[in-house]
Ligand binder design. Structure first.
Ligand code: SAM
Ligand code: SF4
Length: 326
Protein backbone atom coordinates (compact mmCIF):
# COMPACT_ATOMS: atom_id res chain seq x y z
CA UNK A 1 0.00 0.00 0.00
CA UNK A 2 1.20 3.53 -0.75
CA UNK A 3 0.98 6.29 1.84
CA UNK A 4 2.05 9.92 1.93
CA UNK A 5 3.67 11.70 4.86
CA UNK A 6 0.23 12.86 6.08
CA UNK A 7 -0.96 9.26 6.39
CA UNK A 8 -3.23 9.36 3.37
CA UNK A 9 -3.57 6.01 1.63
CA UNK A 10 -3.13 6.60 -2.11
CA UNK A 11 -4.92 4.10 -4.33
CA UNK A 12 -6.55 6.07 -7.17
CA UNK A 13 -4.66 6.91 -10.36
CA UNK A 14 -6.01 9.35 -12.95
CA UNK A 15 -4.30 8.84 -16.29
CA UNK A 16 -4.33 11.50 -18.98
CA UNK A 17 -4.21 9.28 -22.07
CA UNK A 18 -3.64 12.16 -24.43
CA UNK A 19 -3.45 15.95 -24.27
CA UNK A 20 -5.36 16.11 -27.57
CA UNK A 21 -9.06 16.71 -27.88
CA UNK A 22 -11.75 16.85 -30.54
CA UNK A 23 -13.36 19.85 -28.75
CA UNK A 24 -11.92 23.20 -27.62
CA UNK A 25 -13.92 24.18 -24.54
CA UNK A 26 -13.50 27.87 -23.81
CA UNK A 27 -12.47 27.33 -20.17
CA UNK A 28 -10.06 24.50 -20.93
CA UNK A 29 -7.85 25.38 -23.90
CA UNK A 30 -7.27 28.06 -26.52
CA UNK A 31 -8.89 27.66 -29.91
CA UNK A 32 -5.46 27.33 -31.57
CA UNK A 33 -4.08 24.83 -29.08
CA UNK A 34 -0.68 23.30 -29.84
CA UNK A 35 -0.20 19.71 -28.73
CA UNK A 36 2.86 17.70 -27.72
CA UNK A 37 4.77 15.55 -30.18
CA UNK A 38 3.85 11.85 -30.02
CA UNK A 39 7.45 10.94 -29.18
CA UNK A 40 7.07 12.84 -25.90
CA UNK A 41 4.12 10.69 -24.89
CA UNK A 42 4.13 7.39 -23.05
CA UNK A 43 3.71 4.50 -25.46
CA UNK A 44 1.10 1.84 -24.67
CA UNK A 45 3.83 -0.53 -23.43
CA UNK A 46 5.38 2.14 -21.19
CA UNK A 47 1.98 3.00 -19.78
CA UNK A 48 1.28 -0.66 -19.02
CA UNK A 49 4.62 -0.99 -17.21
CA UNK A 50 3.81 2.05 -15.05
CA UNK A 51 0.25 0.97 -14.25
CA UNK A 52 1.54 -2.48 -13.16
CA UNK A 53 3.93 -0.70 -10.78
CA UNK A 54 1.12 1.44 -9.37
CA UNK A 55 -0.98 -1.71 -8.95
CA UNK A 56 1.95 -3.34 -7.08
CA UNK A 57 1.83 -0.34 -4.75
CA UNK A 58 -1.86 -0.91 -3.99
CA UNK A 59 -3.54 1.35 -6.57
CA UNK A 60 -6.88 -0.24 -7.44
CA UNK A 61 -8.90 2.46 -9.17
CA UNK A 62 -8.02 3.99 -12.55
CA UNK A 63 -9.72 6.91 -14.24
CA UNK A 64 -8.85 7.68 -17.86
CA UNK A 65 -9.02 11.33 -18.75
CA UNK A 66 -7.21 13.84 -20.96
CA UNK A 67 -7.66 15.68 -23.35
CA UNK A 68 -10.29 13.36 -24.68
CA UNK A 69 -9.24 9.84 -23.61
CA UNK A 70 -11.35 8.06 -26.21
CA UNK A 71 -9.44 9.57 -29.15
CA UNK A 72 -6.14 7.96 -28.14
CA UNK A 73 -5.20 5.36 -30.77
CA UNK A 74 -5.85 1.79 -29.50
CA UNK A 75 -8.03 3.16 -26.71
CA UNK A 76 -10.23 0.05 -26.34
CA UNK A 77 -7.27 -2.30 -26.41
CA UNK A 78 -5.55 -0.23 -23.72
CA UNK A 79 -8.65 -0.24 -21.53
CA UNK A 80 -8.85 -4.02 -21.83
CA UNK A 81 -5.18 -4.50 -21.00
CA UNK A 82 -5.19 -2.12 -18.05
CA UNK A 83 -8.43 -3.63 -16.76
CA UNK A 84 -6.81 -7.06 -16.66
CA UNK A 85 -3.80 -5.99 -14.59
CA UNK A 86 -4.00 -7.86 -11.27
CA UNK A 87 -5.07 -5.51 -8.48
CA UNK A 88 -6.96 -3.05 -10.70
CA UNK A 89 -10.56 -3.31 -9.52
CA UNK A 90 -12.30 -0.18 -10.84
CA UNK A 91 -11.99 1.36 -14.28
CA UNK A 92 -13.72 4.58 -15.19
CA UNK A 93 -13.19 7.68 -17.31
CA UNK A 94 -14.09 11.32 -17.75
CA UNK A 95 -15.15 11.95 -21.34
CA UNK A 96 -16.81 14.64 -23.39
CA UNK A 97 -19.21 11.93 -24.57
CA UNK A 98 -18.71 12.52 -28.29
CA UNK A 99 -17.74 8.90 -28.98
CA UNK A 100 -20.05 7.10 -26.57
CA UNK A 101 -22.70 6.08 -29.06
CA UNK A 102 -20.05 3.76 -30.53
CA UNK A 103 -17.96 3.00 -27.48
CA UNK A 104 -20.35 2.52 -24.54
CA UNK A 105 -21.09 -1.12 -25.32
CA UNK A 106 -17.50 -2.28 -25.99
CA UNK A 107 -16.35 -0.37 -22.91
CA UNK A 108 -18.85 -2.20 -20.73
CA UNK A 109 -17.46 -5.45 -22.16
CA UNK A 110 -13.98 -4.23 -21.24
CA UNK A 111 -15.15 -3.92 -17.61
CA UNK A 112 -15.57 -0.14 -17.58
CA UNK A 113 -18.85 0.05 -15.71
CA UNK A 114 -19.12 3.81 -15.15
CA UNK A 115 -18.20 7.08 -16.83
CA UNK A 116 -18.47 10.81 -16.09
CA UNK A 117 -19.64 12.81 -19.09
CA UNK A 118 -19.05 16.53 -19.46
CA UNK A 119 -22.08 18.54 -20.50
CA UNK A 120 -22.47 22.25 -19.74
CA UNK A 121 -25.75 23.01 -21.47
CA UNK A 122 -28.90 21.40 -22.81
CA UNK A 123 -29.18 24.08 -25.47
CA UNK A 124 -27.40 23.07 -28.72
CA UNK A 125 -26.32 26.65 -29.48
CA UNK A 126 -24.85 27.28 -26.04
CA UNK A 127 -23.18 23.87 -26.12
CA UNK A 128 -21.53 24.80 -29.42
CA UNK A 129 -20.45 28.18 -28.06
CA UNK A 130 -18.74 26.54 -25.08
CA UNK A 131 -17.10 23.61 -26.86
CA UNK A 132 -16.38 25.61 -30.06
CA UNK A 133 -16.79 22.36 -32.07
CA UNK A 134 -19.22 19.95 -30.45
CA UNK A 135 -22.71 18.82 -31.33
CA UNK A 136 -25.12 18.53 -28.43
CA UNK A 137 -27.31 15.87 -30.08
CA UNK A 138 -24.37 13.55 -30.53
CA UNK A 139 -23.35 13.82 -26.85
CA UNK A 140 -26.92 13.47 -25.62
CA UNK A 141 -27.30 10.27 -27.67
CA UNK A 142 -24.01 9.07 -26.13
CA UNK A 143 -25.30 9.69 -22.61
CA UNK A 144 -28.48 7.73 -23.32
CA UNK A 145 -26.45 4.91 -24.85
CA UNK A 146 -24.20 4.78 -21.76
CA UNK A 147 -27.32 4.50 -19.62
CA UNK A 148 -28.84 1.87 -21.90
CA UNK A 149 -25.82 -0.42 -21.64
CA UNK A 150 -25.80 -0.05 -17.85
CA UNK A 151 -23.01 2.46 -17.16
CA UNK A 152 -24.95 3.70 -14.18
CA UNK A 153 -25.45 5.86 -12.27
CA UNK A 154 -24.85 8.39 -15.06
CA UNK A 155 -22.76 11.30 -13.77
CA UNK A 156 -22.56 14.55 -15.73
CA UNK A 157 -19.90 17.22 -15.12
CA UNK A 158 -20.86 20.84 -15.76
CA UNK A 159 -18.80 24.00 -15.59
CA UNK A 160 -20.89 27.15 -15.28
CA UNK A 161 -19.46 30.31 -16.87
CA UNK A 162 -20.84 33.77 -16.18
CA UNK A 163 -22.62 35.33 -19.13
CA UNK A 164 -22.66 32.05 -21.05
CA UNK A 165 -24.57 29.23 -19.35
CA UNK A 166 -25.73 30.41 -15.90
CA UNK A 167 -29.36 29.61 -16.61
CA UNK A 168 -28.37 26.14 -17.83
CA UNK A 169 -27.47 25.20 -14.25
CA UNK A 170 -31.19 25.14 -13.42
CA UNK A 171 -32.09 23.14 -16.53
CA UNK A 172 -29.33 20.62 -15.86
CA UNK A 173 -30.42 20.32 -12.22
CA UNK A 174 -34.00 19.79 -13.37
CA UNK A 175 -32.88 16.58 -15.11
CA UNK A 176 -32.43 14.94 -11.70
CA UNK A 177 -36.13 15.20 -10.86
CA UNK A 178 -37.03 12.35 -13.24
CA UNK A 179 -33.68 10.71 -13.89
CA UNK A 180 -31.50 8.85 -11.37
CA UNK A 181 -28.42 10.77 -12.54
CA UNK A 182 -25.87 12.81 -10.64
CA UNK A 183 -25.23 16.27 -12.08
CA UNK A 184 -21.94 17.63 -10.75
CA UNK A 185 -21.17 21.32 -10.95
CA UNK A 186 -17.45 22.14 -11.05
CA UNK A 187 -16.27 25.63 -10.19
CA UNK A 188 -14.12 27.03 -12.99
CA UNK A 189 -10.42 27.19 -12.10
CA UNK A 190 -7.51 29.01 -13.74
CA UNK A 191 -4.87 26.82 -15.42
CA UNK A 192 -2.13 27.02 -17.99
CA UNK A 193 -2.66 29.97 -20.28
CA UNK A 194 -4.78 31.91 -17.79
CA UNK A 195 -7.51 33.74 -19.59
CA UNK A 196 -9.71 36.65 -18.57
CA UNK A 197 -12.63 34.25 -18.80
CA UNK A 198 -11.11 31.94 -16.15
CA UNK A 199 -10.59 34.88 -13.81
CA UNK A 200 -13.59 37.12 -14.44
CA UNK A 201 -16.42 34.79 -15.38
CA UNK A 202 -16.29 32.37 -12.45
CA UNK A 203 -19.65 31.48 -10.94
CA UNK A 204 -19.21 30.21 -7.39
CA UNK A 205 -20.86 27.01 -6.26
CA UNK A 206 -22.83 29.01 -3.69
CA UNK A 207 -24.32 31.05 -6.50
CA UNK A 208 -25.14 27.99 -8.60
CA UNK A 209 -26.82 26.42 -5.58
CA UNK A 210 -28.81 29.56 -4.85
CA UNK A 211 -30.03 29.79 -8.47
CA UNK A 212 -31.17 26.18 -8.39
CA UNK A 213 -32.95 26.59 -5.06
CA UNK A 214 -34.67 29.74 -6.26
CA UNK A 215 -36.17 27.91 -9.24
CA UNK A 216 -36.54 24.31 -8.08
CA UNK A 217 -36.82 24.42 -4.30
CA UNK A 218 -34.63 23.55 -1.35
CA UNK A 219 -31.66 21.25 -1.71
CA UNK A 220 -31.19 18.59 0.96
CA UNK A 221 -27.72 17.45 1.96
CA UNK A 222 -27.09 13.74 1.25
CA UNK A 223 -24.74 11.25 2.94
CA UNK A 224 -24.63 13.42 6.10
CA UNK A 225 -22.32 15.79 4.17
CA UNK A 226 -19.77 13.07 3.38
CA UNK A 227 -18.03 13.76 0.06
CA UNK A 228 -18.68 11.58 -2.99
CA UNK A 229 -15.20 11.78 -4.54
CA UNK A 230 -14.68 15.51 -4.54
CA UNK A 231 -18.38 16.45 -4.64
CA UNK A 232 -20.66 17.49 -1.82
CA UNK A 233 -23.99 15.92 -2.69
CA UNK A 234 -27.54 17.30 -2.41
CA UNK A 235 -30.98 16.25 -3.61
CA UNK A 236 -34.05 18.21 -4.65
CA UNK A 237 -37.20 17.27 -2.73
CA UNK A 238 -38.51 13.97 -4.17
CA UNK A 239 -35.93 13.87 -6.98
CA UNK A 240 -34.63 10.56 -8.34
CA UNK A 241 -31.14 11.92 -8.96
CA UNK A 242 -28.58 13.99 -7.08
CA UNK A 243 -26.63 17.20 -7.47
CA UNK A 244 -22.94 17.40 -6.65
CA UNK A 245 -20.98 20.61 -6.06
CA UNK A 246 -17.22 20.67 -6.50
CA UNK A 247 -15.35 23.69 -5.32
CA UNK A 248 -11.66 22.96 -4.95
CA UNK A 249 -11.04 26.57 -3.92
CA UNK A 250 -13.62 27.29 -1.23
CA UNK A 251 -14.21 23.70 -0.13
CA UNK A 252 -10.94 21.77 -0.60
CA UNK A 253 -10.97 18.04 0.10
CA UNK A 254 -7.25 17.49 0.72
CA UNK A 255 -7.87 15.41 3.86
CA UNK A 256 -9.63 12.73 1.81
CA UNK A 257 -7.54 13.02 -1.36
CA UNK A 258 -6.34 9.54 -2.36
CA UNK A 259 -5.25 10.41 -5.91
CA UNK A 260 -2.23 10.69 -8.05
CA UNK A 261 -2.16 11.76 -11.68
CA UNK A 262 -0.11 10.50 -14.58
CA UNK A 263 0.17 12.85 -17.54
CA UNK A 264 0.31 11.64 -21.14
CA UNK A 265 4.00 12.60 -21.25
CA UNK A 266 4.80 10.44 -18.23
CA UNK A 267 4.88 12.94 -15.37
CA UNK A 268 3.54 11.99 -11.96
CA UNK A 269 1.54 14.92 -10.66
CA UNK A 270 0.52 14.75 -7.06
CA UNK A 271 -1.92 17.67 -6.87
CA UNK A 272 -4.11 19.01 -9.67
CA UNK A 273 -3.61 22.56 -8.47
CA UNK A 274 0.16 22.52 -7.87
CA UNK A 275 2.88 22.58 -10.49
CA UNK A 276 5.13 19.96 -8.88
CA UNK A 277 5.70 16.86 -11.02
CA UNK A 278 8.06 13.90 -11.11
CA UNK A 279 9.41 12.77 -14.48
CA UNK A 280 8.82 9.03 -14.85
CA UNK A 281 9.32 8.92 -18.62
CA UNK A 282 13.04 9.77 -18.67
CA UNK A 283 14.21 7.14 -16.17
CA UNK A 284 11.91 4.58 -17.80
CA UNK A 285 13.45 5.27 -21.21
CA UNK A 286 16.97 5.37 -19.76
CA UNK A 287 16.72 1.77 -18.58
CA UNK A 288 15.86 2.11 -14.88
CA UNK A 289 14.94 -1.29 -13.43
CA UNK A 290 11.39 -2.05 -12.33
CA UNK A 291 12.53 -1.98 -8.70
CA UNK A 292 14.10 1.44 -9.21
CA UNK A 293 10.96 2.74 -10.89
CA UNK A 294 8.73 1.35 -8.13
CA UNK A 295 10.94 3.00 -5.51
CA UNK A 296 10.87 6.32 -7.39
CA UNK A 297 7.06 6.24 -7.54
CA UNK A 298 6.72 5.22 -3.89
CA UNK A 299 9.07 7.97 -2.68
CA UNK A 300 7.36 10.58 -4.85
CA UNK A 301 3.92 9.60 -3.55
CA UNK A 302 5.24 10.07 -0.01
CA UNK A 303 5.79 13.76 -0.86
CA UNK A 304 2.22 14.41 -2.03
CA UNK A 305 1.44 17.97 -0.90
CA UNK A 306 -1.43 19.15 1.26
CA UNK A 307 -3.48 22.19 0.31
CA UNK A 308 -3.74 24.06 -2.93
CA UNK A 309 -2.51 27.63 -3.09
CA UNK A 310 -5.36 29.06 -5.18
CA UNK A 311 -6.86 30.91 -2.24
CA UNK A 312 -3.46 32.65 -1.90
CA UNK A 313 -3.57 33.58 -5.58
CA UNK A 314 -0.95 31.04 -6.68
CA UNK A 315 -2.01 29.44 -9.95
CA UNK A 316 -0.50 26.37 -11.62
CA UNK A 317 0.50 27.70 -15.04
CA UNK A 318 2.75 24.96 -16.37
CA UNK A 319 -0.12 23.03 -18.00
CA UNK A 320 -3.68 23.48 -19.19
CA UNK A 321 -6.39 21.35 -17.59
CA UNK A 322 -6.45 19.17 -20.72
CA UNK A 323 -2.75 18.33 -20.26
CA UNK A 324 -3.10 17.37 -16.61
CA UNK A 325 -6.33 15.44 -16.94
CA UNK A 326 -9.09 17.03 -14.88
N1 SAM B 1 -12.26 15.67 -22.31
C1 SAM B 1 -12.83 15.04 -21.18
C2 SAM B 1 -14.03 15.82 -20.68
O1 SAM B 1 -14.21 16.97 -21.08
O2 SAM B 1 -14.76 15.26 -19.87
C3 SAM B 1 -11.85 14.81 -20.04
C4 SAM B 1 -10.85 15.87 -19.75
S1 SAM B 1 -11.52 17.41 -19.12
C5 SAM B 1 -10.04 18.33 -18.86
C6 SAM B 1 -12.05 16.93 -17.49
C7 SAM B 1 -12.99 17.86 -16.81
O3 SAM B 1 -12.30 19.08 -16.54
C8 SAM B 1 -14.21 18.24 -17.61
O4 SAM B 1 -15.37 17.90 -16.87
C9 SAM B 1 -14.10 19.72 -17.79
O5 SAM B 1 -15.36 20.35 -17.75
C10 SAM B 1 -13.23 20.14 -16.63
N2 SAM B 1 -12.49 21.39 -16.83
C11 SAM B 1 -11.74 21.75 -17.90
N3 SAM B 1 -11.19 22.97 -17.71
C12 SAM B 1 -11.60 23.39 -16.49
C13 SAM B 1 -11.37 24.57 -15.72
N4 SAM B 1 -10.62 25.55 -16.17
N5 SAM B 1 -11.94 24.64 -14.49
C14 SAM B 1 -12.71 23.63 -14.01
N6 SAM B 1 -12.95 22.49 -14.69
C15 SAM B 1 -12.43 22.37 -15.92
FE1 SF4 C 1 -11.57 18.73 -24.48
FE2 SF4 C 1 -12.49 18.02 -22.11
FE3 SF4 C 1 -10.98 20.21 -22.37
FE4 SF4 C 1 -13.43 20.23 -23.39
S1 SF4 C 1 -12.88 20.03 -21.21
S2 SF4 C 1 -11.55 20.91 -24.43
S3 SF4 C 1 -13.67 18.17 -24.01
S4 SF4 C 1 -10.34 18.15 -22.70
Amino acid sequence: MAYDRFGRNLNYLRISLTDRCNLRCIYCMPEEMSFRENAEQLTDDELLVLVRLFADLGFEKIRFTGGEPTIRPNFLDLVQKIGSIPGIKFLTMTTNGTTLTKLAEPLMKARMKRVNISLDSLDPETYKKITRKGYFENVWAGILEAERVGMTPIKLNSVIVRGINESDAVELARLTIDRPWQIRFIEMMPFGVITDLQLKQVVTMEEVKARIEESLGKLHLENFGKLDGEARVFRLEGARGELGFISSVSDPFCYSCNRARLTADGRLRLCLLREGEVDLLTPLRSGASLDEMRELIKNSLWEKPWGNLLSEGVVAVNRTMSEIGG
